[in-house]
Write a protein that binds this ligand. Structure first.
Ligand code: PHE
Ligand code: ZN
Length: 890
């Protein structure tokens, strides 16, 4: 474990490498506890680097058994003889040759003892690697930085029976038995220069499915997906998604796949979702395996999105990579943007947008509002693993989405083409990327780039006025952004505001430029206002009747909108806005306001009261449903975390929970008939299909069941029990179990037991079982979770399992994690400390569940702070946990 938090890394200190490595030859002899790695590295001085600089290779926990410099064996016991050092975390040559030279390095590593899951490790019976961000240095000494690109040839050797499948990046060039032994080998060559974080190897005994894809230029690519034996049928959907992703990238971006094979390996122990290693993606099996009996519709959508995401990295990340880790969003933001667009094309675009924005607000807005806020392009870090955040990923994607809105689809595509052309085979920066679009669109994108360099969520304030005599309608915009760590003052952002004016009974009216406010007719008619200063006024003329502004359509910018829309106006938008996203948003805004009022009532000791008009509006949505997936989103109330974020300070999670429950109950009672009729009407017909339309029907039916049960427990238990017993798909079965889990009693325990019994052999389903119990909003849950940690199926060393139980408790059970006696905080802090020596990356992620602690009411705030201080003060912390703990504290 690396515990050196000493040195923060700064973007401003970036220097090109002094040496480059053109070729890497690896020979890896796989062995359970003593894997031998021989690396032959072809160095040359970088003409742009410093002459006579020392060569410092990174290492992490390494022991070299032999090092040979240009044919000469170095005496490792006597480093003075060769003027250098070899320690576990660096290999240094003080005076390396100033011409091309070779280093051969032999290391011995123990994959079985690797609990960090970085470098070469074992997941079950699989040997696999994870090198992003800095895992390659746990395999051999190297210039472990993304701007050192090399061509790799990898020879793998293993016991034939233990690891019949030997994979690495690129194309396979040779394989065979090793005479006189029970071992075999394979040689892989990857012609595309790549940074070492994209290196991967796998040695395993897995079941495979194969297919192929012919690229549009006629090259045939062999596709393989490798999963645990017996699970092959569960990989079929992933294979289908992969082929659709390959076709989509050709059609939408003109990007073809470039090797003869593309392999995906699913493993059970993985710190993240998946990894885009060149030609050899390694996945958390959660994002590969899916069958109707074991995966929900949401799981299917995730498999599709993650398969596409990793595939799209082949161009955005691999062919063009990042110069340094400060540029992480160059590949991640862009690739998320691409996978969102893919999913929107495969499914219903507005419904996808709603889901994406829900996730953005839940994760990224929360991060941006708390102590862990950081730039999309950070300027400093202590531990890069802690920057795989929703800010880099999701906000990074939103920035590109805005860019596309601002310059238009056509220029955007041309800009992407230029980027691919100019930087193919290189390691690029955000400036490189942005300059392509500036050039194509002939726009100055300097101010726009502030999105990368200023943290925090801007607040967009809007006021409106209608002049009945002049027939003009005026919107006044202003923007502000609260301070974030180390950034007191912010410059104004470029905010694209997509908008429309809606007149009841008429719909969207034509937009006409009016006053001398600087807005051209072209800007106004485009429907997108560019807001670049602290204030702007726009006047529309020829407005015959007072219109209702529909602002930030499609969520055109990642900002918080502050506009005091009248209740009646929101109601009109719920019913009539031509923008699907804003119809949903109007309902959310309305509900959030009611909920905020009732939270205040509850805290004052009064009973909350709800609004019959709102119920009526939602009822009308259910009744006119043409898109069930949309309706399911519209009748799902804002989450407790959404409400907390809106309140923003002095937050009382119990009051929020009570207010939301009261509204759900009220709502479930008031529209019971409509819910029941939707529930019956949408019952499953025909065989299961994971497509978006069928999934939408199930989503609405299950949303209806959830509300029905809120309104009438008895009836709810009855319907849910029947659905639980009859369900043929995991979607319906698990939805019923979720409803039952909210209602204390024997039905719940019986259902949980029977679910466990039925799915014991399906790890991913058992994760759901753990997660669901961890999120029950009741006092007894902490004890239940503690008991579950002793369950025979629980394991500290499997990240999915730990996230399911502890992660869900911390991130998705606001009342119990934030219990007012501090028990939830202490529990999670204890797990973080236990886990840290084994898997610091995972421990740090779990600790970041404290990210919103400063908005809590004083009592909880003090308790959360003391739990954080307890962690921060513990001895021998990893760099990962120490960094999160210290940044979280004032
Ligand atoms: N680069 C991976 C992605 O596609 C995420 C990842 C980061 C995986 C670090 C493992 C380690 O988003
Ligand atoms: Zn990615």
């Amino acid at each position: 474990m690396r515990t050196d938090t000493g040195k923060p890394v700064h973007l401003k200190d970036y220097r090109v490498p002094d040496y480059l490595i053109g070729k890497v030859d690896l020979d890896v002899k796989l062995h359970l506890s003593a894997t031998r790695v021989q690396a032959r590295l072809a160095f040359r001085p970088n003409p742009n680097g410093r002459r006579n600089a020392p060569l410092v290779l990174d290492g992490d926990g390494l022991t070299a058994t032999k090092i040979v410099l240009d044919g000469e064996v170095l005496d490792l016991q006597n480093s003075a003889s060769w003027n250098g050092f070899a320690t576990s975390d660096a290999f240094t040559l003080n005076a390396p040759p100033q011409r091309p030279f070779d280093l051969e390095i032999e290391t011995e590593i123990d994959p079985s003892a690797n609990t960090q899951l970085m470098g070469l490790y074992r997941s079950g019976s699989v040997y696999c690697t994870q090198c992003e961000a800095e895992g390659f240095r746990r395999i051999t000494y190297f210039l472990d930085r993304p701007d050192v690109l090399s061509v790799y040839t990898v020879r793998l050797e293993a016991e034939s029976s233990e690891a019949p499948l030997l994979l690495s990046n690129g194309n396979k060039v040779a394989s065979g038995k090793i005479d006189g032994t029970s071992r075999h080998f394979a040689i892989w060559h990857d012609p595309y220069p790549k940074p070492c974080y994209l290196f991967a190897l796998v040695g395993s005994n897995l079941g495979s499915i194969f297919s192929d894809f012919t690229t549009r230029s006629g090259r045939k690519v062999l596709l393989g997906i490798h999963v645990e034996h017996g699970k092959e049928p569960q990989a079929a959907y992933a294979m289908d998604a992969l082929k659709r992703a390959m076709a989509w990238d050709e059609r939408v971006y003109g990007r073809e796949y470039d090797l003869d094979v593309f392999n995906i390996v699913a493993v059970s122990d993985f710190n993240m979702g998946a990894m885009e290693n060149k030609g050899l993606n390694i996945f958390n099996d959660k994002y590969v395996l899916a069958s109707p009996e074991t995966a929900t519709d949401t799981d299917y959508a995730h498999v599709e999105a993650v398969i596409a995401h990793e595939y799209f990295h082949n161009w955005t990340g691999n062919r063009i990579t990042c110069r340094d880790w400060f540029q992480l969003c160059l590949k991640e933001g862009l690739t998320v943007f691409r996978d969102h667009a893919f999913s929107a094309d495969m499914r219903s675009a507005p419904v996808r947008r709603i889901a994406d924005v829900r996730a953005l607000r839940a994760q990224q807005f929360a991060e941006d509002a708390g102590p862990l806020a950081h730039n999309v392009r950070p300027e400093t870090y202590r531990e890069i693993n802690n920057f795989y955040t929703s800010t880099i990923y999701e906000k990074g994607a939103e920035i590109i989405r805005m860019l596309k809105v601002l310059i238009g689809d056509d220029s955007f595509r041309k800009g992407m083409d230029l980027y691919f052309d100019r930087y193919d085979g290189k390691a690029a920066t955000i400036e490189d990327f942005i300059s392509c679009f500036a050039e194509i669109s002939r726009r100055d994108l300097t101010q726009f780039s502030l999105w990368y360099n200023q943290a925090g969520t801007p607040i967009l304030k809007v006021t409106a006025s209608y002049d009945e005599v002049a027939k003009t309608f005026t919107l006044d915009f202003s923007q502000s952004c609260k301070p974030t760590p180390n950034q007191e003052k912010k410059e104004p952002f470029v905010i694209p505001i997509a908008l429309g004016l809606v007149v009841p009974g008429v719909g969207d009216i034509a937009l006409r430029a009016g006053g001398n406010d600087g807005a051209s007719q072209a800007e106004i008619s485009s429907g997108v206002i560019e807001f670049t200063s602290t204030q702007r006024r726009i006047t529309f003329c020829d407005v015959a009747r007072r219109p209702i502004p529909s602002l930030l359509r499609g969520f055109s910018a990642p900002v918080r909108l502050d506009y005091a829309a009248g209740e009646a106006d929101l109601m009109t938008l719920i019913k009539h806005d031509s923008d699907g996203f804003n119809r949903w948003q109007a309902a959310q805004t309305y509900a959030t306001r009611m909920l905020q009022r009732s939270v205040a009532c509850i805290r004052a000791g009064d009973l909350p009261r709800y609004d019959a008009d709102f119920t009526a509006a939602l009822l009308s949505i259910i009744e006119q449903t043409t898109d069930p997936a949309f309706t399911a989103q519209a009748i799902t109330l804002p989450s407790e975390a959404d409400i907390a974020r809106e309140i923003g300070e002095d937050v009382d999670p119990d009051a929020i929970h009570l207010a939301r429950e009261a509204l759900r109950q009220d709502f479930g009672r008031e529209i019971k008939e409509a819910l029941l009729s939707a529930y019956t009407r949408l019952s499953e017909i025909g065989p299961y299909s994971p497509d978006a339309v069928s999934a939408g029907r199930r989503a609405l039916r299950n949303a209806a069941l959830d509300l029905l049960a809120a309104g009438d427990r008895l009836e709810g238990v009855c319907l849910a029990t029947r659905q639980f017993e009859d369900a043929e798909t995991m979607t319906d079965k698990f939805a019923a179990l979720c409803v039952l889990a909210q209602i204390p009693g024997t039905e719940r325990e019986k259902a949980l037991d029977s679910f466990y019994g039925a799915y014991q052999g399906e790890a991913l389903v058992i994760d759901k079982w753990f997660a669901l119990q961890a999120t029950i909003p009741e006092r007894g849950t902490l004890n239940r979770v503690k008991a579950l940690m002793k369950h025979k199926a629980f394991s500290y060393s499997n990240p999915n399992r730990l996230r399911a139980l502890a992660g869900s408790f911390a991130a998705a059970n606001p009342t119990q994690f934030n219990a007012d006696d501090g028990s939830g905080y202490d529990f999670i802090a204890g797990i973080v400390l236990d886990l840290d020596p084994k898997n610091p990356q995972l421990a740090a992620r779990l600790l970041s569940a404290f990210k919103s602690w400063r908005m809590l009411e004083p009592r909880r705030k003090a308790l959360a702070e003391s739990a954080l201080r307890h962690v921060a003060g513990a001895g021998a912390l990893s760099a990962d946990v120490k960094d999160i703990a210290e940044r979280s504290l004032p």
